[in-house]
Design a protein around this ligand. Structure first.
Ligand code: IMP
Length: 182
């Protein structure tokens, strides 16, 4: 295990079983619809690549990058678009793929944007959900695993751009980030 990790919250096996379950549900949801699957960079990349392999239906991919965290552990509350989609979403069934929904600010911003751009439908799948932290009123259609209010890393998620490649979801040792609060 990585020495900066205090505990493994979700193992590789648990990740695989949650992704397979979501893949089956989304295969049913999108049968015959050719959805536009929108990956929110960068944290969702690993989840996206496993998820689309578990979805047995035609689909298209696109990517969007937004920023709400300034490199620390608390969302700034401001969401900026750093990279927009290449695809026109009007009339499309859009599936937003998120790594984690925390306050819900990021999601509510994208959701509203796609509705304004006249998507035929907008649904959300997130690998992790932290319901205790929610401040924005957003609907999450599919959830991999609900977790308590802990800052997690791995399986695409970072702290200061590190730990994205860990194959499990881990909780960081406080010694890694305590300097931020002193
Ligand atoms: P929200 O706008 O507060 O819902 O934040 C969503 C984004 O913040 C996620 O897509 C992640 O990139 C990041 N984030 C929120 N919680 C965590 C965490 O526990 N670990 C790593 N990144 C997180």
């Amino acid at each position: 295990m990585n020495p900066d990790i205090e505990d493994i919250l979700i193992s590789e096996e648990e990740i695989a079983s949650a992704v397979n379950r979501l893949g089956e549900q989304l295969t049913t949801e999108y049968a015959g619809k050719n959805p536009l699957v929108v990956c929110i960079l960068k944290g969702s990349v690993l989840f996206l690549s496993d998820l689309v392999r578990a979805m047995d239906c035609p689909l298209e991919l696109d990517f969007m990058d937004l920023s709400s965290y300034g490199g620390g552990m608390e969302s700034s509350g401001q969401v900026r678009i750093l990279k927009d989609l290449d695809t026109d979403v009007s009339g499309r069934d859009v599936l937003i793929v998120e790594d984690i929904v925390d306050t819900g600010n990021t999601l509510s911003k994208i959701f509203n944007l796609f509705e304004q751009r006249n998507a035929a439908s907008v649904k959300v799948v997130t690998f992790l959900n932290k319901p205790e932290r929610r401040t924005a009123d957003v609907k999450v259609d599919y959830v991999g695993v609900e977790i308590p209010d802990k800052f997690v890393v791995g399986y695409g998620m970072d702290f200061d751009e590190q730990y994205r490649g860990l194959p499990y979801i881990g909780i960081l040792k406080p010694s890694v980030y305590s300097h931020l609060f002193n």
